[in-house]
Design a protein around this ligand. Structure first.
Ligand code: FAD
Length: 394
């Protein structure tokens, strides 16, 4: 419903329309029953991930010279938006699109040549991102996982939490402290980023424990006990890892915001259809303003958020600084999807709680965006401090 874009005006628009149509056709092969079953069993949607990989949709951000299609973030955002507006969930695969950005921007030519072509085809999955820790929470610079250099290796010790897709990934981007906090002048210094070969590490100093959550997200805790990795797996310069992780956050926020917009679209069209078809007191419930207006409100909110998402994406693609826009896109889109989800559930009355309508599943899924990958409060504090110039609130 939100995809009422103007008719294609250029070759690029036509290509984008074709991509969106291909994603829609692919999603039609994975209807509600598929998502309900994987959700019920907390199973990884392997078939869907394979189909998206074979369709070439996960390598769009990898430059052509490394085997990807070298397309823009705006295109990647449309792909993820479409998955969500068609009732699916891209959480199982979205990180394969963008986690490689750290490697692309800061890796050596040898590292990029070794991994990127295989990530582009999906032969190698780089979709685990180990940053959050149980004690540090959002205060990332307090993380306790350490990487100690010993000869031509690093020895890793510590624990990560909420490392999603770890059991379905060949590689992980790991942030660890290489210089103790009391020996650096700024808290953000002394952390480094590593590429961990998870298949080699599993059982040899690394263990993974799944965490069952209210949605099907394949998230885990990862434990490191003297895991040895080659020093060559350091990405970029030692000590500059926090900066490298921040570099990738705008892209992640914009892409996740696009998923929110897709959810908002699904909720709005699902609510509208039900409001037209459900008859109570002798007329469709949508004829009542108390039912109709919240749906119209959610629609308007999502349309406005969508403008910010694609504005941020366009700025990112043009190489312009887009921190405020990327953060506002995530904030507005997450609020829009939550408002639309709540409205859709309310419109369905009791049936909103029944599994077979998919509303309660999408409702649980879209709730995540108020917390991850960045919580709403932290975006507001970023805007208050860095955009509006008020004092640091924490
Ligand atoms: C399903 C799921 C998947 C995830 N996947 C990944 C992943 O793959 N990799 C990864 O590294 N992380 C992942 N995360 C972690 C996610 O990024 C964090 O949960 C999120 O950033 C919030 O951090 P926290 O849970 O530690 O909350 P905390 O930092 O403990 O904060 C708790 C609450 O307090 C609020 N709060 C904290 N500090 C302030 C402040 N100064 N001002 C105002 N409010 C504040 C927060 O907004 C939040 O609501 C995932 C989380 C979930 C739930």
């Amino acid at each position: 419903m939100l995809q009422n874009a103007p008719a294609a005006t250029s070759a690029e628009d036509e290509m984008l329309d074709q991509i969106v149509e291909s994603v829609r056709a692919l999603c039609a092969r994975f209807p509600g029953e598929y998502w309900r079953k994987t959700d019920r069993e907390r199973a990884y949607p392997t078939e869907f991930v394979e189909a998206m990989t074979e369709g070439g949709f996960l390598g769009v951000l990898i430059p052509e010279e490394y085997g990807g299609s070298g397309l823009s973030l705006s295109v990647a955002a449309r792909i993820l938006e479409t998955v969500h507006s068609e009732g699916g969930n891209a959480g199982a695969l979205h990180a394969q699109m963008y986690t490689m950005g750290t490697l692309l921007r800061h890796g050596t030519e040898a590292q990029k040549n070794e991994w990127l072509p295989r990530i582009a085809t999906g032969e190698v999955r780089l979709q685990a991102f180990g940053v959050t820790e149980p004690t540090a929470g959002t205060d990332t610079t307090s993380l306790r996982t350490t990487a100690r250099r010993e000869g031509d290796e690093y020895v890793i010790n510590g624990q990560k939490i909420w490392t999603s897709r770890a059991e379905h990934s060949d590689l992980m981007i790991l942030l660890a402290r290489t210089t103790p906090r009391d020996q650096v002048s700024k808290r953000s210094e002394g952390m480094s980023v590593f590429l961990v070969d998870m298949k080699k590490a599993l059982g040899n100093g690394m263990e993974i424990t799944p965490i069952r959550t209210m949605l099907n997200h394949a998230t885990t805790s990862v434990y490191f006990d003297n895991l040895r990795i080659p020093a060559d797996n350091l990405i970029g310069e030692e000590g500059r890892g926090f900066r490298y992780i921040l570099d990738g956050m705008n892209a992640e926020r914009i892409l996740i915001a696009a998923e929110c917009i897709g959810d908002a679209d699904w909720f709005t069209k699902t609510a509208t259809a039900y409001a037209n078809e459900r008859v109570v007191f002798g007329k469709p419930i949508g004829a009542n303003q108390g039912v109709q207006f919240p749906i119209a409100q959610a629609y308007a909110q999502a349309q406005a958020a969508r403008l910010m998402v694609y504005r941020a994406a366009a700025m990112f693609d043009a190489g312009q600084p887009c921190g405020p826009q990327a953060n506002m896109a995530k904030l507005l889109a997450a609020d829009a999807s939550w408002k639309a989800g709540d409205t859709c559930l309310q419109t369905h009355g009791g049936f909103g709680f029944a599994e077979e309508y998919d509303v309660e599943r999408k409702f649980r899924e879209t709730r995540l965006y108020q917390v991850a990958p960045i919580s709403t409060n932290l975006i507001l504090s970023y805007l208050g401090e860095h955009v509006l110039g008020m004092p640091k609130s924490y």
